[in-house]
Design a protein around this ligand. Structure first.
Ligand code: SF4
Length: 333
């Protein structure tokens, strides 16, 4: 179709979007470990919740496993990387017992939440973790403390049902990737019901989650459609879809690749909001913009709501390996 026959479409592209410093660091750790030690490098759990990233790393020689006992004895010298979501204390302990060589890619901001939970426990408080059951970060945080030391709260209804042994000795932390607004509601309910409950010393929801939600909130009003690039098992991506819907986008959808877009169901749109969860690579955002350019006369407007400068260095063991642009081209384009 000639350019002039295409319908005009404004894409409001959120910034910040996509990779956060913790995800970037975790991917770098796998890439650097492959460069330094060669394949295979084992990775426990999806390093970040994104199929495209996982497949890219598999192509470089990473082997994804769910538990470290899947590593054969003859590969005990190969590194095993723990994912950015964090792991229960039992995992590094078991790895040490088997004399495995492990590299912990837990995001420093998740480690901070672990420390806050441990601090509450040391001060004699029962820990309330606000988060989603079954999410690896929640499993990792609960696994920092003995069984029974942590109670998981998912909703305000859970707060109403919660019956702690000592309501005067409670402390809370939250998952890093929750909805800022929903969490404020749950924490408010906890504080009303248990006025003595102690907050963590620092906010648990991370800067990347907060900034991406804020950007979507500001960009969504009036958007005919809002697309969030991300995986169905990515907590922060799913929260962005909810934020877009609540903030005035007519429709909001999660997409993993341009090929997932059901073009015949999109209908007439003039304004598209576009963002990406913290585990979604920029190369897919570009792919989606190009797919719209093929069908619409696209104008891209950058919607900048914050500037991020966070950068988490990799562990010392990998700092002697040079990371080039080409090494990360599979995610950055
Ligand atoms: S979303 Fe936040 S906590 Fe999770 S890896 Fe990124 S920076 Fe770290």
């Amino acid at each position: 179709m000639p350019e002039s026959n295409k319908h005009p479409l404004t894409i409001r592209l959120c910034q910040p979007r996509g990779f956060c410093a913790g995800v970037d660091r975790a991917i770098q750790i796998v890439v650097l470990a492959l460069k330094k030690y060669g394949a295979p490098v084992y990775v426990r759990h999806e390093i970040v919740h994104n199929r495209y990233v996982v497949e890219g790393l598999q192509n470089l020689g990473a082997v994804f496993i769910e538990e470290i006992d899947e590593i054969p004895d003859e590969h005990r010298d190969c590194p095993v990387v723990f994912s950015a979501h964090g792991v229960p204390k039992s995992v590094p302990r078991d790895a040490a017992e088997r004399a495995l060589f492990y590299l912990d890619a837990t995001c420093p901001l998740v480690s901070k939440v672990h420390k806050q939970a441990i601090r509450h426990h040391r001060l004699g408080r029962h820990v309330v973790l606000v988060g989603h059951a079954g999410h690896p970060e929640v499993i990792g945080t609960m696994g920092q403390l003995p069984d029974g030391a942590v109670s998981l709260i998912e909703t305000e209804e859970d707060v109403a049902r919660f019956a702690p042994a000592d309501p005067a000795a409670l402390g809370f932390v939250t998952q890093t990737t929750l909805s800022v607004d929903d969490t404020a509601g749950i924490v408010g309910a906890l504080q009303r019901r248990f006025p003595a409950i102690q907050a963590p010393a620092a906010e648990s929801i991370c800067y990347a989650t907060t900034n991406r939600q804020e950007a979507v909130k500001e960009t969504a009003p009036g958007a005919d459609l809002f697309l969030i690039v991300g995986a169905p098992n990515s907590s922060n991506s799913r929260r962005l879809v909810e934020v877009a819907e609540r903030s005035g986008a007519k429709r909001a959808l999660l997409v993993q690749r341009a090929a997932d877009i059901a073009w015949d169901e999109i209908g007439p749109i003039r304004t598209l909001g576009l963002s990406a969860g913290a585990s979604a690579p920029e190369i897919i955002v570009n792919e989606i913009v190009e797919a719209f350019r093929d069908r619409f006369d696209v104008t891209v407007e950058l919607a900048v709501t914050a500037t991020e400068t966070e950068d988490f260095p990799v562990m010392r063991a990998l700092r002697d390996v040079e990371l080039t642009r080409a090494d990360m081209a599979f995610v950055n384009g």
